[in-house]
Design a binder for this molecule. Sequence first.
Ligand code: ADP
Ligand code: MG
Length: 710
Amino acid sequence: MSTDFNYGSCADTTPINVPELFGSKVFSLKVMKERLPKETYKALKKTIELGACLQPELAAVVANAMKDWAIEKGATHYTHWFQPLTGSTAEKHDSFIAPTEDGSVIMEFSGKQLIQGEPDASSFPSGGLRATFEARGYTAWDCTSPAFLKEDAAGNVTLCIPTAFCSYKGEALDKKTPLLRSMNAVSAQALRVLKALGNATSSRVTSTVGSEQEYFLIEKEFYLNRLDLIACGRTLFGAPAPKGQELEDQYFGSIKDRVSAYMRDLDVELWKMGITSKTKHNEVAPAQYEMAPVFATTNIATDHNQLVMETMQKVALRHGMVCLLHEKPYAGVNGSGKHNNWSLSTDDGINLLDPGVTPEDNAQFLVFVCALLKAVNTHADIMRATCGSSGNDHRLGANEAPPAIISVFLGEELTEVLLNVSKGEKTVKKGDTFLKIGVDSLPELPKDNTDRNRTSPFAFTGNKFEFRMVGSSQSIAGPNVALNTIAAESLDEIATRLEKAADVNAEILKILQDTLKDHGRIIFNGNNYSPEWEKEAEKRGLPNVKTTVDALKSFVTPKAIKLFAKYNVLSKEELHSRYDIYTEQYSKQLNIEAQTAIQMVRRLYIPAAIRYMTELGSSISVVGKSATVQKELLDSIGGLLTSANKKLKKLEDETAKSQAIEKVDKQALAYRDKVKVTLNDLRADIDAIETLMPDDLWPVPVYSEMLFEL
Ligand code: ADP
Ligand code: MG
């Protein structure tokens, strides 16, 4: 397949004034300060800082200023922008118009309209939380995430109000509500620990996140000729290209002009929305790239990541390309993930995972590191569950980065410091000096060292933890709900110990010792991809859950139900609804893959093979005896085609059987163990046929085109 493309038309060389552009579409604190009465601004700022609810009187004034600002910038509509359990975002646009008696309209936006909306929720998954007769859901402004304007290519400008989405009874129907709850939980418990350690200056702790986003770009023409990419986001078929990523010449390689033009445009769009796009580079696989923003508060980072994914896709189309966010668009080369960099910060600017320089800072740092070790060791299964999806199954536990076993990388130095400090009180032998809590400072930890291990699913990287299991297409809300909540639980337990202790430094030492004893098994600084680690992890009793269907069960264990209920993050019912929805989503996705594969094989691959066999057949009858090559090819393709046809029928059969299963968990198992396996078998035959077929008879673009012709 060959197509001519226009590579040159997208260059825009106008200089960009970044400070002027940045946040120009955000109703930011700066805009609020300019436009709101002083008292209103102060009250709103306080509400935001405390993460509290907005009072109606305040809302009315804010709404009016927001409307005027939006209209000046060309907005005609507003929307409560929310994040249902589908994993994407949802918006319903209402115009500002209100008819008057004389037949004209005025532009109106009330405080009530700002604070709350009532979209028809019946078409969003609720997992049984919302009775079908109660179609309404409620959206409530999350005023800690600023309103912004979205613009489309047709010139529509919409005021977007980031919101949480609940049922009539207040049950969370979205990803944001539990995220906000989990942020409150971790803040409360971290503050208790700080107070017990003698730090009374902070009044709020926020979890911060920087999420690096990986993606692929593909020529739009190729994309449109691949039903599998259109319907499933990944190639279900395709023989490997002669070259993959083995030369390691793509990672951090120089960026091609066409991609560079795309990245520039992407930056501009993100900057306008106040998204701090910072880093861009080529990733490991061919045609794979990454963008990383500067970190922000978890809920803002989550909103921004959703916007990043949406904008990446939108901007790509303008450049004649398509952005693929799937975890595994192509077999045989790296898939895409999201590195979720997570830390805790106080409102007075202290990063609690930063080692610091004074002995007091160090003690605090070690306590928070211990809290994380304990949290991850206790709830590794929950962290794994939050990263489960049919797409991510192609990465986790499938011989690709990172493995499905959760462990924590601390680096040799920090591990040694922990061991050393934990021995602090007892002098083992003469001449040994140990670091003493509250007395000595930690030796400086070399920051670059922390990045040497790229194989760990949860790595300490100098002043934050990097959770690398998150899938590239998924919302980062779930993983961060988990991180915040499991951290809250550990910090709660540590706070209780410190509060009761007569000698805080001695108690810190004990906490350290206990953590290493009870949770030290979670530390692993070696190569996480090695087969030895899998064996070692098994010896240590660490869970190794390879597939989503099994992993999701961790949402509804007694342990999880107790944890999430205790911190008011998710109720038992909310957890069960999530389990049902995500399990069902898994089945639906595999069902779409199976249907797509069936169509492609029946309508494209089999006819193509038959055409070639016919050609070979006529050649044999013309050439006669010496047509040995033709005969050999005919035999090979004939054999493969017969086999493929059998597997196709099996796939149709298994898919129909799976569709008929009513129980969600049984159905997901059938899709995993029958449908997915049969589809892979079928792929093997089709890919083998591809390698024998002439280029001009092959009905779809091949890997070498999709991966290398950009
Ligand atoms: P790399 O991982 O490529 O070495 P960095 O370490 O600079 O790059 O940062 C990776 C991501 O981590 C960035 O998005 C950055 O903003 C984010 N990050 C840095 N500090 C924090 C923090 N305290 N909390 C959360 N994320 C952070
Ligand atoms: Mg990283």
